[in-house]
Design a protein around this ligand. Structure first.
Ligand code: TPP
Length: 662
């Protein structure tokens, strides 16, 4: 579609005034970035992005990621102008309670918002994940055909490029040869503290080129130049593209252009008026959109609708019968219960590390669910997360087994990108202790309610000789502190299978599955087997006498608690053993069930946990017995540590006796 220069200018001016007005009315926000990126946005939405505001979930739409999430008014303005279900009143409600225009874009909250961004750098990595997801979907459904055929655009600022996660992800994108990824870098050389000279002097173009990217430079206020650069970026199929757009922050504002003062605060009524006058607008008008601007976007929308209709016709013609069934398997919810029969069963009494059990379960799931994809940050042999017989994502190659290299942070953020994209169930794997390296994306997955699965192995000091650097102590408490993250620590191989099923079913949201390095016995159970896991906690074993105490344990401590309880019974003490793999699942149970597991009448409780006690007061009470680890671990063989730290049957029995005074 041809758009006259004056019309593009009018659109850019409108973007600037909407951003100023939104921030001014909210009395908070970042006007500078949207004002500086007005031409980039005009070109992106009028000349590049393929989408359909009436069908925001269209599988073949281009994705747009605003990595510089603080510039959210830019995105909201564009969504409004394009005709998404986002009204002028929504723009006026920017940053207000329950508005659809929160301070930073939130996935699932505002139609057309593809990712939750704000923590800088994440969006770039999300975009890498989305591009990988597209390649995986293309490989699955039409090698080279037009069914899935689009681009991923991201808009990033200096802050995004400074954050390490974007570098990790860019390195992978170059390595993988993700040609459909186009990152526009809003290079205004301003951050909050001032000029980028304060802390950022590297040659970003050279860095990205060294990572295998196709790099271009443009004047970020020249619409024709931006359009040409985006076209060249799309033509470059073998390498991801970085378009370095030189811009002026707060462009058009006589008093703030080029200044960090346009960051994080409204321009002020006077400056807004001066800027509007400078841009040729009515200084007193607010939230003004010239009819011509709506007309231009309506024309673009018509053009896009015909592309969309053509795609739908092609889709209906091509995707039917078996292919349609396969497509639906990617996009429909998983019926986890029906999968159980295809998953391994572990023989009672056998000794199996839950990481190994997890590997076997994953292998079966790969056969059953064609859309599970994932990998490890170079620890696959330890995490048991590589599934033999399937293709690998590597240098210029795409497959369900992904090699992330030693980049946990990007791994988590790329995984989020895959989940945002849709169609896939992404997992990642590393040692539990390194969750610290990927906590930002885990948190964002929870906030965005993404179905991301984290396999965290080596889940306690039982790691042994590697020592305290590799032994998680506080991590369970940290993971459980993230709202919306379901944390599951199975007690044996059987519970491990159920943990995977729980992760695949239920409500949206991420799940962390914590697995042991060491072998632990497959426990004896009643008719229900390990299904109690789905209730978060269940009675694993009861003595044949009145209860004196309830032992609460998860993971590798359960079997030790069980051995202790059995011997305690012989010596006249009735100890119930509760396998407690997941607080979050337990909290979802009705009160009557929770009371049946933890009856108020049995007030004596013991928590047996190879880590901090923090939080367990909730179920055990402050006066409970805590056989926990309130310090860092140590380097020694696991069994030596178990003895020293008191995680033995004998010590638990002694502690229980002394706690009960018997
Ligand atoms: C991880 C993270 N750290 C800090 C911030 C706070 N922050 C928001 S914007 C910003 C400056 C960003 O500068 P730049 O990317 O150049 O954006 P621009 O100046 O173009 O608006 C900072 C530090 C953040 N959002 N995320």
């Amino acid at each position: 579609m041809k758009i006259a220069k004056e019309d593009m200018k009018l659109v850019a001016t409108t973007i600037r005034t909407l951003a100023m007005d939104g921030v001014q009315k909210a009395k908070s926000g970042h006007p500078g970035m949207p004002m500086g990126c007005a031409e980039i946005a005009a070109v992106l939405w009028l000349k590049a992005l393929k989408h359909n505001p009436s069908d925001p979930a269209w599988a073949n739409r281009d994705r747009f990621v605003l990595s510089a999430g603080h510039g959210s008014m830019l995105l909201y303005s564009m969504l409004h102008l394009c005709g998404y279900d986002l009204s002028m009143d929504d723009l006026k409600n920017f940053r207000q309670w329950e508005s659809r225009t929160p301070g930073h874009p939130e996935f699932g909250h505002t139609p057309g918002v593809e990712t939750t961004t704000g923590p800088l750098g994440q969006g770039v990595a999300n975009a890498v994940g989305m591009t990988l997801a597209q390649e995986l979907l293309r490989a699955e459904f039409d090698a080279g055909g037009p069914l899935i055929d689009h681009f991923i655009y991201a808009l990033a600022g200096d802050g995004d490029l400074m954050e390490g996660v974007s570098y990790e992800a860019a390195s992978l994108a170059g390595h993988w040869g993700l040609g459909r990824l186009i990152v526009v870098y809003d290079s205004n050389e301003i951050t909050i503290e001032g000029s980028t000279d304060l802390a950022f002097s590297e040659d970003a173009a050279a860095r990205f080129a060294a990572c295998g990217w196709h790099v271009q430079r443009v004047d970020g206020h020249d619409c024709d130049a931006i359009e040409a650069a985006l076209a060249a970026a799309r033509d470059e199929k073998a390498r991801p593209s970085l378009v370095i757009a030189k811009t002026r922050i707060a462009k058009g504002s006589p008093g703030r252009e080029g200044s960090e003062e346009s960051h994080g605060a409204p321009l002020g009524d006077d400056e807004v008026k001066k800027t509007k006058a400078n841009l040729g607008c009515d200084p007193d008008g607010t939230f003004c959109v010239n009819e011509r601007v709506y007309e231009i976007f309506a024309m673009r929308r018509k053009e896009l609708e015909s592309e969309y209709d053509a795609w739908r016709t092609m889709f209906d013609k091509k995707v039917k019968g078996e292919l349609k069934k396969r497509w639906d398997r990617f996009f429909d919810a998983v019926d986890a219960d029906s999968l159980r029969g295809a998953l391994p069963v572990f023989e009672t009494g056998k000794s199996v590390a839950t990481r190994s059990a997890g590997g076997k379960v994953l292998e079966a799931l790969f056969r059953e669910l064609p859309n599970i994809v994932g990998g490890s940050a170079d620890l696959a042999p330890s995490n048991k997360s590589f599934v033999k017989g399937y293709n690998e994502t590597g240098r210029g190659a795409i497959g369900r087994n992904i090699h992330f290299g030693i980049r946990e942070h990007a791994m988590g953020a790329i995984q989020n990108g895959i989940a945002y994209y849709g169609g896939f169930i992404p997992y990642s794997a590393t040692f539990f202790v390194f969750m610290d390296y990927m906590r930002p994306p885990v948190r964002l997955a929870a906030l965005s309610r993404l179905r991301s699965i984290y396999v965290f192995t080596h889940d306690s000091f039982f790691v042994g000789e590697d020592g305290p650097t590799h032994q998680p102590v506080e991590h369970l408490a940290v993971a459980r502190a993230i709202p919306g993250l379901t944390v599951i620590r199975p007690a044996d191989a059987e519970e491990t299978r159920e943990a995977w099923l729980a992760a695949l079913s239920g409500e949206a949201g991420p799940t962390a599955i914590l697995l042991t390095r060491q072998d632990i016995p497959v426990l004896e159970r009643g008719a229900d087997g390990a299904r109690g896991l789905h209730r978060g906690a269940y009675v694993l074993w009861d003595p044949k006498r009145a209860l004196d105490i309830i032992l609460l344990a998860s993971g590798s401590e359960v079997h030790i608690a069980l051995e202790a309880a059995k011997e305690l019974e012989a010596s006249g003490i009735g100890a119930r053993v509760v396998s407690f793999p997941s607080w979050e699942l337990f909290e979802k149970q009705p009160g009557s069930y929770r009371e049946s597991v933890l009856p108020a009448s049995v007030g004596r409780r013991a928590v047996i946990k190879a880590g901090l006690s923090m939080g367990w007061e909730r179920y055990a009470g402050a006066g409970a017995l805590y056989v926990t680890l309130e310090r860092f671990g140590a380097s020694a063989p696991a069994q030596v540590l178990a003895g020293r730290f008191g995680f033995t049957k004998d010590n638990i029995m002694a502690r229980v006796r002394s706690y009960l005074g018997r």
